[in-house]
Design a protein around this ligand. Structure first.
Ligand code: PEP
Ligand code: MG
Length: 898
């Protein structure tokens, strides 16, 4: 196995690079691109890269070196010295090297780096002689000892910082740069003393000289220890955590880049900087970045001195040539990588050196702009432009965000359930939210979990914060549908709705009613106080990329919407119909009284009256929906939720009764309440999500589907008479056996026929079903014989396939499952392969049973880019998602087709 790869030139100026940009798995991102830059003739300080595989072998063998690896490194070191015409540690003209980590995936700042390696008590004299700059040389040596001690030996950095501070006090100066060469020389002696006193002799017997630990003078020892430390940093706690958070595999390992040092701090013709080949914030084609004259890399990043804009570089005395060359490098890099790059560079006494490049991170707006501009420039194809934009990132463009320049403390974290940020007064009930909004003030609704009762409050609030429930909880689904920011499942939040306050457990933070709070539904952050919000500009670029994606995609995109405003919004976002209209959302507010009357009364006359009132209201709802979606399909789902969702909570009633009794309230009223409570109690189910809901409701209460179908058919007939083109479709939820569908389909068809006859209008309304139970998926051929279409309800299908309660587990134990890697991701957010298998089976069997069958997905997964790709591969006809995710789904579907 080849363990080490050279990069850069030899002494004669020939390129002797062995790797290239496609070898990131071996050389890490940094090593692969250093090789690539050297290959395309850019000035790269020579060096070599030890592979990531060597790191893993070393780690897996309990930190022992693979056979022969150290010899290979030694050979490459000698080769580097020959190429540079200098030796590491040489007393006359020493070569100094940096030892840097570089994993296949960018893990900024997570792993270790050692600079200025090769300095010792002899080579320091060579460095002084060569640079004629004793201050620079001693400063380099003290930085090396400090970094080596901290990074390689694990000593506390404060030991050294305290010594520097003491020295500054003793000299009466304020800044490090005011210390003289002699001061720094004295510090070097002190640093070596700190090293001797703090390094454990037993752990490092090879460093013991004359009875005590000494700072290693042998460059070979320095180099080996530094490489071992970089290898070890792959498994330091912060790197492990970063990988977990960013879903990076633990077995990739890091490469180690050993590279000749160049210095940006050798005077006023030296400089160092970071730059992007285009503006990473807005995508404009301009030189973007900062530099510092007479400085080292970390000074730029640390922000201790004011940097200057990169465009000025070519106007600075002594830096003109390097500045002009850098601008040429920008063009070379873009033409070569065919993408926006970010770079690190150093100018050493007028000579430009490239230290790093990679494809640059960018905002969503910049990603769109750059992709479109590069297509126009002929640098990339339309297909590539579409692939360049991360669908998930588009969310940034559609919702307000925390201002990146604002400073704030996150007091708690939850699930990022619905993107965008909201700021407002904390309120603890829907009624208070409504009151607050009516008084013209902004609020954030804070609830344990929301229920249909809270809808008015949810609409009134700027955002929603819950301590329970997952990404398909009521709060999350509704918030996404409304485009309202939502953070849910914030377990640290102990809400006392009575007292109107919430405590963040483990802290002394208390959120009281009226306190300003901010939530960021994109990250799941909760902040006490008002964070400045910014509304990102919606550019024409988004439209352009989406139109390009539409040219490629074969998967349709519809929206989940249940009111005309959302329908219209989704139509503007490019939805090709409504894939799911959840009618239960139309039974709230005043109408809740009516449905309650229906459910709780035995008297047929009272019931009939209630049904007629609902019929009238529903007909109005559908008129609005079908009008907004004129000419496009609107799939109306018949009533689905457990009935208790429309009833009072027996617990709340119990409390109310107790209060009335305590106050000596009217006995008859109390008795009536008690009777109601008992009636509701009798209807309560241990497991309502698996109980009387979905099509089962229509079987038990046949008048309900008749009423709903009648409303749909009547609204369609009415609009047809007006010359419009309404296209409703009727969907029956939660079917598990064919007779359920047969029966309700019969009811629907008969009702449609009645309305058509009454109205004298021809009505062709398809009737289909949801596939959201495993039994339905595996018997889909039989079910399809009775269905015009299938819509996969992947929320319930995930719930019932896993046996995971969708309202509980995301906050309960899924985070632990993710942490322990028992699950690769949350199956309620991204479709699980097992559930996808059921969908695939359902589609295939369904089309066997009915070749005309139209198949879509309307669970939350319909708006998740990764899931969209799975659904494309399965061959579904469309996905349906909340309005704000329609653009993402269009882009993801376009990408899936490429
Ligand atoms: C589903 O189960 O995936 C679905 C779309 O229906 P609901 O979320 O309303 O149960
Ligand atoms: Mg469902």
């Amino acid at each position: 196995v080849k363990r080490v790869y050279a990069f850069g030139k030899d002494a004669q100026g020939n390129n002797v690079t062995e790797g290239n940009t496609h070898m990131k798995a071996q050389l890490g991102g940094k090593g692969a691109n250093l090789a690539e830059m050297a290959n395309i003739g850019l000035p790269v300080p020579p060096g070599f890269t030890i592979t990531c595989q060597t790191c893993m072998e070393y780690a897996n063998a309990d930190n022992t070196w693979p056979e022969g690896a150290l010899d290979t490194i030694q050979a490459y070191r000698e080769d580097l010295e020959a190429r540079m015409g200098k030796k590491i540690g040489d007393a006359a003209d020493p070569l100094l090297v940096s030892v840097r980590s570089g994993a296949p995936m960018s893990m900024p700042g997570m792993m270790d780096t050692v600079l200025n390696l090769g300095l010792n008590d002899e080579s320091i004299n060579g460095l002084i002689a060569q640079t004629e700059n004793p201050r620079f040389a001693w400063d380099s040596y003290r930085r090396f000892i400090q970094m080596f001690s901290n990074v390689v030996m694990g000593l506390d950095g404060d030991l050294f910082e305290n010594a520097i501070t003491a020295m500054k006090h003793a000299r009466g100066v304020a800044s490090d740069t005011d210390l003289s060469a002699d001061d720094l020389k004295e510090l070097v002696a002190e640093f070596k003393q700190i090293f001797s006193e703090n390094v454990d002799a037993a752990a490092y017997p090879t460093l013991v000289v004359g009875g005590s630990v000494q700072f290693p003078q042998d460059p070979s020892v320095q180099l080996q220890l530094a490489i071992e430390a970089v290898f070890g940093s792959w498994n330091n706690p912060r790197a492990v955590l970063y990988r977990k958070q960013n879903k990076i595999a633990d077995d990739l390992g890091t490469a180690v880049n050993v590279q000749s040092m160049v210095f940006g701090n050798k005077g006023n013709t030296s400089a160092t900087g970071v730059a992007f080949t285009r503006n990473p914030a807005n995508g404009e084609k301009e030189f973007y970045g900062d530099y510092l004259v007479n400085a080292q890399g970390e000074d730029v990043v640390a922000g201790i001195r004011n940097t200057s804009p990169i465009a000025d570089l070519k106007h600075v005395d002594g830096l003109e040539d390097a500045g002009r060359e850098l601008e040429k490098v920008f063009v070379t890099l873009e033409n070569h990588f065919r993408d926006m790059c970010d770079i690190e560079f150093t100018i050493e006494q007028g000579k430009l050196w490239m230290l790093q490049t990679r494809v640059g991170k960018r905002t969503a707006a910049a990603a769109l702009h750059i992709a479109i501009e590069m297509e126009k420039e002929g640098l990339i194809s339309k297909e590539e432009a579409v692939m360049r934009v991360d669908p998930e990132q588009l969310d940034q463009l559609l919702h307000p965000q925390f201002d990146k320049n604002a400073s704030y403390d996150v007091v708690a974290k939850g699930l990022n359930a619905s993107p965008g940020a909201a700021v407002g007064e904390a309120v603890f009930s829907a009624a208070d939210a409504v009151a607050c909004a009516e008084a013209g003030r902004k609020c954030v609704l804070v609830r344990w979990e929301t229920n249909p009762d809270d809808l008015a409050g949810m609409i009134a609030a700027e955002g929603i914060l819950t301590s329970h429930g997952g990404k398909t909880s009521h709060a999350a689904v509704i918030a996404r549908g409304m485009g309202a920011p939502c953070v849910c499942g914030v377990e640290a939040l102990k809400i006392d709705a009575e007292k109107k306050q919430a405590v963040v457990t483990g802290t002394d933070v208390v959120i009281k009613e009226g306190d300003m709070i901010s939530i960021d539904g994109t990250t799941g952050s909760v902040v006490l106080g008002a964070v400045e919000l910014v509304l990102p500009e919606l550019t024409g670029d988004l439209d352009t990329i989406l139109e390009w994606a539409d040219e490629f995609r074969t998967l349709g995109v519809r929206a989940n919407a249940d009111n005309p405003e959302d329908a219209e919004l989704s139509r503007n976002f490019g939805a090709e119909g409504i894939g799911l209209c959840r009618t239960e959302h139309m039974f709230l507010g005043d109408r809740k009284q009516i449905i309650q009357t229906f459910i709780l009364n035995e008297d047929p006359a009272v019931r009939d009256k209630a049904v007629n009132e609902l019929l009238e209201a529903q007909t109005g709802d559908f008129l609005g929906m079908f009008k907004a979606m004129d000419g496009l399909p609107v799939i109306v789902r018949l009533l689905d939720p457990p009935l208790h969702e429309f009833l009072e909570s027996p617990r709340a009633l119990d409390v109310e009764i107790a209060k009335l009794e305590a106050m000596g309230g009217d006995a008859a009223a109390i008795a009536e309440k008690r009777r109601l409570m008992e009636q509701i109690d009798a209807m309560s189910e241990a497991n309502p999500m698996l109980g009387l809901r979905g099509c089962r409701l229509g079987i038990v209460y046949p008048i309900l589907p008749i009423m709903q179908v009648r409303a749909i058919a009547t609204a369609a007939a009415e609009l047809k008479k007006q010359g419009l083109d309404p296209r409703p479709e009727i969907m029956i939820p939660l079917v598990s056996v064919v007779p359920e569908l047969e029966k309700l389909r019969g009811v629907a068809e008969q009702t449609i026929a009645e309305v058509a006859a009454e109205q004298g209008v021809e009505l062709d309304i398809p009737v289909g079903t949801m596939i959201e139970l495993p039994r339905a998926a595996v018997t889909a051929d039989e079910i399809a014989a009775q269905a015009d279409f299938f819509s996969f309800g992947t929320n319930d299908l995930t719930q019932t396939t896993f046996g995971f309660s969708r309202d509980d587990v995301e906050a309960e134990f899924v985070p632990q499952y993710l942490e322990q890697r028992l699950l690769p991701y949350n199956p309620f957010a991204t479709i699980d392969p097992g559930v996808a298998k059921l969908v695939k089976m359902g589609v295939e069997l369904g089309r066997e049973g009915n070749p005309e069958l139209v198949c879509g997905v309307c669970g939350e997964h319909g708006g998740d880019p990764d899931s969209v790709k799975t659904f494309h591969a399965i061959g579904l006809d469309y996905v349906s998602c909340s309005p704000y995710r329609v653009p993402l789904a269009r882009l993801a579907a376009g990408q899936a087709a490429l």
